[in-house]
Design a protein around this ligand. Sequence first.
Ligand SMILES: [Zn+2]
Length: 385
Amino acid sequence: MNADPVAIARDLLRCPSVTPEEGGALAYLHGLLAKAGFSVHRMTFAEPGTAPIENLFARIGASAPNLMFAGHTDVVPPGDEKAWRHPPFAGALDGGMLYGRGAVDMKGGIACFVAAALDYLAANGGAPKQGSISLLITGDEESVAVNGTIKLLQWAAERGEKFDHCVLGEPSNQETFGDTIKAGRRGSLNGTLIVHGRQGHVAYPDRFDNPIRGLVPLIAALQTPLDEGSEQFDPSNLEFTSVDVGNPTVNLVPAEARARFNIRFNDRHSQAALRALIEQRARTASAGRIRYSFDWQPSNADVFVTKPGPFTDLAASAIAEVTGVKPKLSTAGGTSDARFIKDYCPVLEFGLVGQTMRAVDERVPVADLLALTAVYRRIIEKYFG
Ligand SMILES: [Zn+2]
């Protein structure tokens, strides 16, 4: 191996890149990739009300197919640093483990695909045999994700960049390295149901209209199943997360009652169709007798799914060759930047084991970094034949 993924991961972990700080992580990758012959672009995106964010795009090769590796260098805050066995931004090696915030989510993953790409290039005289390798690395994944991958992809498309397939290096494995490829993730939508009534003294029922009486049947109606799942997904789920009246007075009926909910939805729904379905159910349940409204939060968390086929087979066989285990294709878990990438090319997620992500003492076995680099190296080799 020409490039050492452990050294790259350690150097990245020493950059304190808590969103929205770049922390030196992209500057470090810029230097490494430029030296290997990549053309590297650093793009800062901003929007009113959000912090400006630095991003990086790098490509080597000019022809198709263009294989993209994607990831984020930003990390969630470390919390109480004194609770850590080793400082969260020291990149300490101890007992075969590399410690630090972002070790698995996902500086470790980035180190592995960078090392794999550099090794492939070195083995082929410094350039791809055919096709291109692109790296899309954002500093805005862990927070609101508006100045990162979504804008970086738009920028790349405007330059005429075309992508054929993408591997997103998020920690995808559940228990042991190689057990899971993520070939889809559910979408997420937040809403509030508001029932409107009339305030009044609890002793005079003819003078008030209690919104809580209306809220109960509407909540019941919205909790009926949304679907029975799909080929690759479990059933969608609507879950109420809060019911709020905010009434400190014992003898007063409030004017309004609210219930907040989140929906995790599969590929049977679009956001618009889902909103229409929920509103239809409320209409039916209210039968014209309950005054209510919905407040939907804007969401950029659409569902993504990649059907099993040659690309997932290629990744699965690369993993099996390195680990001896055939990974399963999963669509469980929260959202990721794959929701944006899927609009440009098929995408799958494969990275480290997710167990210590966001936890105190986030850490990765050195053996897993070496295995993941070997998997990415096999994927590149197979992809370009
Ligand atoms: Zn992540």
